[in-house]
Design a protein around this ligand. Structure first.
Ligand SMILES: C[S@@+](CC[C@H](N)C(=O)[O-])C[C@H]1O[C@@H](n2cnc3c(N)ncnc32)[C@H](O)[C@@H]1O
Length: 306
């Protein structure tokens, strides 16, 4: 395994598309969860004015951006140039930014764009910039970036920044991985061969997100709803499932994907989740996060009682 291929699944949009198995939660694919939530919030996109401003952070190739784009103008940001190139061809009218989420959020706020997005989304993407506040991973290994308290301040600032970008009645919608799923427990076990996760462990970044959004709620700046959903990632066969772990979860990190014990562990997991038709049903989990800025108690009344 060469150094050049490290993290290739998140640099190259074709590799990403090829390796990513569809994820279903209660019969609904992940991007449709977002579309359905936006329909609950704003009603069906068809037939309504496309007048909302939306930001997708860590948009990748734009795979999960379409539910946002249906409601108005779209701005996508991702640190991978390859991903943003694909996002641009998928959404030619959109604003597109190559940049790290921490930097992008800070720059938008510094440019006076606080309070300017009706919708902010981040789908399977916010974990990365939060983790990077504590550690950096390269093909050579995982290196701590310094003082954990300073990392926590940075991570909190990112999440808080997302709420500051919202209009007074804006909505932050996220898909955030669930560290307790069988899939993620295996990924955690494998990465911890290299280095322990910071803070409370693999769930630390989620705890930071929840903590910051609950603080915002306590300050009267909005309300937080979180749905924890169990589901399945469906790989079409054992080879596809192995590729998902190697490229998607282990980032083709040489110290792991070339380790015979790691390969054996993945093979055993895949064998244990292979269905009769040969597909591999990987137990997955997601949190569907919805922070609603400026929410008032009256927003919860049924239509007839308004
Ligand atoms: C799992 S993909 C999700 C892409 C897309 N949201 C989707 O649902 O298909 C994660 C994305 O986060 C991006 N990413 C990773 N670290 C990032 C960071 N620090 N800042 C911005 N984007 C980052 C990767 O380049 C990748 O496109």
């Amino acid at each position: 395994m060469s150094v050049e291929t490290f993290n290739i699944g998140y640099k190259n949009a074709d590799v990403y598309k090829e390796m990513l198995p569809p994820h279903y939660y209660g019969g609904t694919e992940d991007t449709d969860l977002v579309a359905e939530l936006l329909e609950e919030i704003h009603g069906p996109a068809d037939g309504r004015p496309r007048d909302l401003r939306a930001l997708d952070l860590g948009c990748g190739p734009g795979r999960a951006s379409w539910p946002l784009a249906r409601y108005g103008s779209l701005h996508g940001a991702d640190k991978s140039e390859g991903m943003i190139e694909r996002f641009r061809s998928a959404f030619p009218a959109a604003e597109a930014t190559v940049g790290d989420t921490e930097r992008v959020v800070a720059d938008l706020l510094a440019e006076g764009r606080a309070g300017s997005y009706d919708l902010v989304g981040s789908f399977w993407s916010l974990n990365y910039p939060l983790l990077e506040c504590f550690e950096e991973t390269s093909a050579d290994g995982v290196v701590s970036v310094g003082d954990p308290e300073a990392g926590l301040v940075r991570a909190r600032r990112i999440v808080d920044g997302l709420t500051r970008l919202l209009t007074a009645d804006g909505h932050l919608v996220m898909l955030f991985f669930d560290a307790d799923s069988a899939e993620q427990r295996l990924v955690t076990e494998l990465w911890e061969r290299i280095a322990p996760f910071p803070g409370t462990g693999r769930d630390y970044t989620w705890r930071i997100v929840e903590d910051v959004l609950l603080r915002a709620e306590r300050e009267g700046r909005g309300t937080l709803d979180v749905r924890r959903l169990a589901g399945v990632a469906v790989a079409e066969d054992a080879a596809a499932a192995r590729e998902w772990f190697r490229v998607g979860h282990l980032n083709t990190f040489p110290g792991l994907v070339d380790d015979p014990e790691v390969i054996a562990r993945i093979d055993a997991f895949v064998a244990g989740h292979t269905a009769e038709d040969g597909r591999v049903m990987i137990p997955s989990g997601v949190r569907l996060v919805h922070f609603r800025a400026g929410a008032a108690a009256a927003d919860h009344l049924p239509a007839a009682a308004e």
